[in-house]
Design a protein around this ligand. Structure first.
Ligand SMILES: Cc1cc2nc3c(=O)[nH]c(=O)nc-3n(C[C@H](O)[C@H](O)[C@H](O)COP(=O)(O)O)c2cc1C
Length: 279
């Protein structure tokens, strides 16, 4: 049996598989279906310093090759997550990556400051890429200068490893990746959703603007990971495919299939293929 274990920022994860932020609720929701600690880590829904109600409905739309969402980062707030939901992960010894955001630089700082180091908190994932909020998110993530500045500011207020989550909607994602790295990011998550829209032909109007995700995004994410991995010497978490919305059992299935693939490959360790794809 090959080992699926990986090391991320000095923390050992039982496998490299984790949910994309916002696609697995607060984790407790899947408990009746499968054990959340099956994953290498759980990534929180985007959390802010204060609870946020998000965008009005309708805010999801299914497309043939994926989905649009305009949730608008509805969340219970960072304090309620740690007081109410985090104990669930502690009980199960499930590592957690805390996805967070703000509507201003100060809000990013106050949210990051309020998260205490904990042996199960692997990293903070800074959402610089959500297209569904008017301020913050992608608003900070499109220019190398703003990415560098806000990553640097957050870096100064927390000792927890910091991941910058980037948007595909930029001219040169390598430039943005470098800016995040030089700002002090310890890792990158590539990619967030691609801004998109739905048109209601009968009503002759744009009925939903949001972020597109799904199978179509995967090759875009792979290209971003490939190019950025050659530009910055830090771990990159690849996201793109929205499997969980199609199949709620996608995560345990992917982990099982990865294990079978590893055994069939004869490799002793999944880390042997990290960075293996050249070209
Ligand atoms: C319903 C929904 C909610 C999301 N919420 C967040 C979020 O809170 N924070 C974040 O950084 N990304 C969020 N995302 C983006 C995903 O984490 C992911 O980056 C994106 O969907 C692309 O990957 P996928 O195709 O695997 O879903 C959300 C995506 C969806 C579909």
């Amino acid at each position: 049996m090959g080992s699926l274990a990986v090391n991320l920022f000095g923390k050992k994860l039982k496998n490299p598989v984790m949910n994309a932020s916002g696609t697995l609720g607060y984790g407790v929701e899947v408990e009746p279906l499968w054990a959340v600690e099956t994953m290498g880590a759980y990534v929180t829904k985007g959390l802010s310093a204060a609870p946020h109600h998000g965008n009005p409905t309708p805010r999801v739309w299914e497309e043939r090759c994926g989905m649009l969402n305009s949730i608008g980062l509805q969340n219970v707030g960072v304090h309620r997550f740690f007081s109410h939901y985090f104990p669930f992960f502690v009980e199960r010894r499930c590592p957690v990556i805390v996805n967070f955001f703000g509507f201003s630089e100060e809000e990013y700082l106050s949210c990051a400051r309020s998260i205490e180091p904990h042996d199960l908190v692997v990293a903070l994932e800074m959402n610089l890429s959500c297209p569904n909020i008017k301020k913050g998110g992608i608003g900070f993530g499109k220019e190398a200068s703003t990415v560098h500045a806000i990553v640097r500011s957050v870096r100064e207020v927390t000792k927890i490893p910091l991941i910058a989550k980037l948007t595909p909607e930029v001219k040169n994602i390598v430039e943005i990746a470098r800016a995040a790295y030089e700002g002090g990011a310890d890792g990158l998550t590539l990619i967030n959703t691609m801004p998109a829209a739905v048109v209601d032909v009968k009503e002759r109007r744009v009925s939903l603007k949001g972020g597109f995700s799904g199978p179509l995004l995967k090759p875009v994410a792979l290209r971003a990971v490939h190019e950025c991995s050659q530009a910055v010497p830090i771990p990159i978490i690849g996201v793109g495919g929205t499997a969980t919305f199609v199949d709620p059992f996608a995560m345990p299935k992917i982990i099982a299939e990865l294990g079978s693939w590893l055994d069939a490959s004869g490799l002793a360790d999944i880390s042997a293929i990290v960075g293996a794809a050249h070209g």
